[in-house]
Design a protein around this ligand. Structure first.
Ligand SMILES: Cc1ncc(COP(=O)(O)O)c(C=O)c1O
Length: 345
């Protein structure tokens, strides 16, 4: 295999498509069907999503996670509102300012040790209500899994949603890795979203083995009123929707989502346990999903990256992020550890 095609630990987005998903797309590739979602594949996918998240939801597919986040936030806000999120949040650092551009809202970010918001931290921004000189806090956005690879418990989410609702605010969840969180907690997808009071979810299955399966799920239909127009204006309405739809149906059937997420999480655990033999490597976050954060001697990082690509997380601390995915093999980890032994001896 060419070096650049070897499996590394850069991102679950670097992985390919699960073979069952690809087969489903191939099987959907017959004849014509109505475009823009008015087709049987899309209807079936929505039925499947409702089996997981409850019947009273409103679902819209989008092209990517950024599009989901931005449009979800757009539906919850007016331009004079603000959105509270972790400093490390994807919406804050990895979306090129798209949430600010398309919602007009101010993002109020909060430094965290582990990517998680708490009420204590959120309170810092809870002021200026009804004061026209301040943006009005309206949404708390949390990521499950967080960008630091940690997972909110149900109680932690419930505390945040209760607090938000008491303050006439709403909760958005960035669920780009929701499956990894659910298997970590050993609960259903509904139990960490609708059941704990989340208002709107950006559901991502792309990192779970899809080619591009992203959706916005509204748990409160009042909020999604007229959303279809915003999706079109937001350039996230796919014409050949059937090919997105079958990806959802496939991953959400026969527990494939669970199998893929369990595997990715297990590989991250093995990777973290394997590097524990090196006193010069320090794991910096709890390994609760498919990411491992570690401080690694800076001089060996370029040598490691030559063979196994991954990203620096924090250059100043020499902290790296290693991600595993549904297709990571135990052998990949063994080879990586073998190289670490050579470089660290
Ligand atoms: C936490 C999180 N949210 C959302 C996304 C989705 O982003 P994209 O627009 O690249 O699909 C990602 C992708 O890396 C992510 O890590």
């Amino acid at each position: 295999m060419r070096d650049e095609l070897k499996r590394g630990f850069a991102s679950d987005n670097n992985a390919g498509i699960h073979p069952d998903v690809l087969t489903a797309m191939q099987n959907a590739n017959i004849g014509h069907c109505i475009a823009y979602g008015d087709d049987i594949y899309t209807q079936n996918a929505i039925i499947k999503i409702k089996e997981h998240f409850g019947k009273e939801i409103d679902v819209y597919f989008t092209f990517n996670g950024t599009g989901s986040n931005v449009l979800a936030l757009k539906m919850l806000t007016e331009s004079y509102n603000s959105i509270i999120c972790a400093e490390t949040a994807h919406i804050n650092v990895d979306e090129c300012g798209a949430p600010e551009k398309f919602t007009g809202c101010k993002l109020l970010s909060i430094p965290t040790e582990n990517g998680k918001l708490t009420i204590e931290k959120i309170k810092y921004h809870m002021h200026g209500f009804d004061f026209e000189h301040h943006s009005q806090p309206k949404v708390i956005s949390i990521a499950q899994v967080t960008e630091m690879g940690t997972v909110y418990t149900q109680n932690e989410i419930r505390d945040i949603t209760d607090y938000a609702h008491k303050n006439r605010m709403l909760v958005h969840m960035d669920g780009a890795r929701l499956c990894n969180a659910a298997v970590n907690l050993d609960i259903s997808l509904c139990e960490i979203t609708a059941d704990v009071g989340v208002d709107v979810l950006s559901l991502g299955l792309t990192k779970n083995g899809a080619m591009n399966a992203e959706a916005i799920i509204f748990f409160n239909k009042k909020i999604s009123n007229n959303f279809k127009y915003y999706r079109k204006q937001g350039m996230q309405l796919a014409s050949k929707m059937r090919f997105m739809a079958v990806q959802f149906t496939t991953l959400l059937s026969n527990d494939l989502w669970k199998k893929n997420a369990k595997h990715a999480n297990k590989m991250a655990k093995i990777l973290a346990e394997s590097v524990a033999e090196f006193p010069r490597i320090q794991i910096t976050q709890k390994v609760e999903a498919n990411g491992v954060f570690a401080i690694v001697p800076s001089e060996i990082i370029p040598r490691l990256q030559e063979k196994f690509f991954f990203y620096m997380w924090d250059e100043h601390k020499s902290e790296v992020r290693w991600m595993t995915s549904f297709d990571t093999q135990q052998q990949d980890i063994e080879k990586f550890v073998f190289l670490l032994r050579k470089l660290l001896k």
